[in-house]
Design a protein around this ligand. Structure first.
Ligand code: UD1
Ligand code: UDP
Length: 373
């Protein structure tokens, strides 16, 4: 049988981390011919991931601009991808999650009547602007999708509620867990730890969402600084996203404090291992909410909604939003109340067995292989 030509398209750090195990699996198996296309919606943060997983793209649209708008990302991905789809004629295009790369790539497949598979399909908050623009990116992507790879039963139920055909939905677990299986090591050390008193509690922070930029982010950073001033055995490690809106605010509010370590974005091996060594995590990231339950690390989610209810049900995630009193109270509770901490620190992984990539390949063979045979 002719190999099934599968084109993977991704552009940002989280898509790359979660597509990497799938790219590697597709490349390993003789039933597939894999074509890797990166949009480079992120440049440096994408390249970090490609280097770690040793992925050499076949095509690189190199679209990133400083402070790019959503319209610019969409149009550059759409136009760039069009030529590649026409030339390569893939049997299936795979996109991931909810970025503007994912949505624009989905639209390009529709315009060229090409089959689309959506990895991490079916996550929902059902609120148009929360998170923005991700909720609409994933809903619009799912409208155009042919094969749905849902990480959990909950995400499958969301897709069924929108009347997507059950026969095309596969519950596979999340490829984040596939990646996590390869990165965490007990003997890990990072140089930032040399600057931290080993008896201190480490809070690992990331924050980048568009709807949090500006006032919400500023008030959260102010609370973090106050808590560090108030509690003498706490230190923060914050690998700051390269978005200038985040960089400037982080330096202004959190800079020049010996117990707050603002560092460059970490590669994924460093990030997973520092997460494993942290006392707890504060984040508005999606991916980090998926990884923390496996690591048994409590997470204060700096958002009002989450599309990852599995982590809340597991007890690991607590939605605290960005209001100062709520954020401060949640931080102090985790630092001072051992029972609350223990309850949240149980390692319970709701995202599958770390073999999601294999399951996705198998589903593609079942659906597309059968048609081609
Ligand atoms: C994007 C995704 C978001 C995802 C996040 C993961 C969209 C609309 N947003 O948001 O869903 O959660 O990635 O991190 O798809 N920059 C660099 N170098 C980099 C990366 C970013 O300089 O390697 C700077 C650039 O100035 C860029 C800006 O950050 O214009 C914002 O990047 P962009 O991809 O537009 O938005 P993110 O907030 O990163
Ligand atoms: N991550 C990383 N380096 C960092 C911060 C995060 O490799 O300095 C990883 C993290 O482990 C997770 C992913 O990046 O797998 C999450 O990406 P991000 O928060 O940028 O995007 P989101 O998941 O919110 O879309």
């Amino acid at each position: 049988m002719k190999p099934i030509k599968v084109m993977t398209v991704f552009g940002t750090r989280p898509e790359a981390i979660k597509m990497a195990p799938l790219v590697r699996e597709l490349q390993r198996r003789s039933e597939f011919q894999e074509v890797t296309v990166v949009t480079a919606q992120h440049r440096q943060m994408l390249d970090q991931v490609l280097a770690i997983f040793k992925i050499q793209p076949d095509y690189d649209l190199d679209i990133m601009q400083q402070q790019q708008t959503l319209g610019q990302i969409t149009s550059r991905v759409l136009l760039g991808l069009e030529e590649i789809i026409i030339k390569e004629k893939p049997d299936l295009v795979l996109v991931h999650g909810d970025t503007t790369t994912s949505f624009a790539a989905s639209l390009a497949t529709f315009y060229h009547e090409t089959k689309l598979g959506h990895v991490e399909a079916g996550l929902r908050t059902w609120q148009k602007y929360s998170p923005y623009p991700e909720e609409m990116n994933r809903q619009m992507t799912d409208v155009l999708t042919d094969l749905y790879f849902a990480p959990t039963d909950e995400s499958r139920a969301n897709l069924l509620a929108e009347h997507h055909p059950a026969a095309n939905i596969f519950v596979t677990g999340n490829t984040a867990i596939d990646a996590l299986r390869q990165t965490v090591r007990p003997d890990y050390h990072h140089q930032v730890l040399d600057r931290i008193d080993p008896h201190h509690k480490i809070i690992l922070v990331t924050m980048h969402r568009r709807e949090n930029q500006g006032a919400p982010m500023k008030r959260v950073f102010q609370v973090m600084r106050q808590v560090v001033d108030q509690v003498s055995d706490v230190e923060i490690i914050f690998p700051v996203h390269l978005n200038p809106a985040v960089q400037t605010l982080a330096k202004d509010v959190l800079g020049n404090d010996p117990r707050i370590h603002l560092i460059k974005p970490l590669d994924v091996i460093d990030f997973h291992n520092l997460a494993a060594q942290a006392y707890f995590i504060m984040t508005d990231s999606g991916g980090v909410q998926e990884e923390a339950p496996s690591l048994g690390k409590p997470v204060l989610v700096l958002r009002d909604t989450t599309e990852r209810p599995e982590g809340v049900a597991a007890g690991t995630l607590k939605l605290v939003g960005t209001q100062p009193d709520k954020v401060r109270a949640a931080m102090l509770l985790l630092l001072n109340d051992a029972a609350t901490y223990q309850q949240m620190a149980q390692a319970k992984n709701p995202y599958g067995d770390g073999h999601a990539a294999e399951k996705i390949c198998q589903a593609i063979l079942t659906k597309i292989g059968r048609q081609q045979a």
